[in-house]
Design a protein around this ligand. Sequence first.
Ligand SMILES: C[S@@+](CC[C@H](N)C(=O)[O-])C[C@H]1O[C@@H](n2cnc3c(N)ncnc32)[C@H](O)[C@@H]1O
Length: 306
Amino acid sequence: MAYAISWIHVCACKRVRRAYHDRVSGTGAETATTTLARLISGAQVARMISVAAELGIADLLADGPRTSDDLAAVTETHPPSLFRLLRALASLGIFAAERDGRFGLTPLADLLRTGVTGSMRGLALFQNDAWYWQVYRELPYSVRTGQPATEYLWGDGLFGYFASHPEAAELFDSGMASRHAETNAALANAYDFSGIDTLVDVGGGNGSLLATILASHPNMNGILFDLPRVAEGATGRLAQAGFAQRCQIVGGDFFDSVPAGGDAYIVSNVLHDWQDQPAAGFTLARIAPLPSRTGAGVLEGQPATT
Ligand SMILES: C[S@@+](CC[C@H](N)C(=O)[O-])C[C@H]1O[C@@H](n2cnc3c(N)ncnc32)[C@H](O)[C@@H]1O
C-alpha cells in the first residue's frame, strides 16, 4: 500500500514537472491531458512550496548555495527526503540545482525569503495552514448548500475562527500583505487620488495598501478601519512606517458602521469573503450613504476560486 501511494506520488510529480518544463521551455505545446494533470496536481506543488517556506530554506540560501545535507542539519530534517523536496522544487524553477549538488536561489525562491520586497512567504504559509485545507475539504458542502464552509466548520465563520486562533490570524494578515504588495503599488501609481484629503480603507488589514498610497501622496491623511484585533496590530506597523501622525486607526465592525469623515472610501479584497447579500449590505448600507466627496472604490484581485 505504502509503495503504491509513493509510486502514485512519484508519477504525479513527474507529470507536473514534465508539464511545467514544457511550458517554461516552450519546447512542447501542452496537451489537454498535461494541462489538466498539472492543474489537478496543483495541491502537491502548493504543499511542497509551503514546506520549504516553513523550513525557511530560502532564507538559509540568502548568502549563497548550500548542500541539502547542510540544510537538513540546520532544519533538523531527514537529509534524503529534504534532497528530494528540493530537487522536485528545482524542477519547477523554485530553487536552482547547481552542478556541484548544492541548491541556490532563483527569482521565485527569492520571493520566499522573509522581509524582502514583495516576499510571498506569508502567503505560502497561510494558504497551507491547517484551517485552509479544512475549508477546501468542505468545498462540496458549499457547492451543495450555497453556504460558507467556514460557518459550517466554526459557526461564526473565518473571522470568528481567527478571534480565537491568533497565530492563524497573524499568518493570514501577513499573507494578505504579501499577496497584495504588487497590486498595492500598481494601484497607488495608477489611480488619480488628487482631491482626496482623507482616504478611509475599510477592512484595510495591516495597513499595507494605505501605507503605500500615503507614501506617494504626502498631503493625504488616512483612516484604517478593521476589526479591533486587526486594527490594533496595524497600529505599530503604520507608526513604524512613519504614518502615526497622518493615519487614524479605528477598530470596529463594518456591518454596524464605518467611520465618517472620508473624502473617499476604498474596499480592497474584502467583498470576496462574503456572500452577495452581506457584501452588498455593508457597502450599500454603511458606505454609500456617507457624504464622501469622491465616492467609494472597490478593488478585488482574488482568483475566481475564492
Ligand atoms: C481578505 S482581507 C483584505 C485585507 C486588505 N484590505 C488587503 O487588500 O490585503 C479582509 C479584511 O477584512 C477584515 N474584516 C472582516 N470582517 C470585518 C468586519 N466585520 N468589520 C471590519 N473588518 C472586517 C479582515 O479582518 C481583513 O483584514
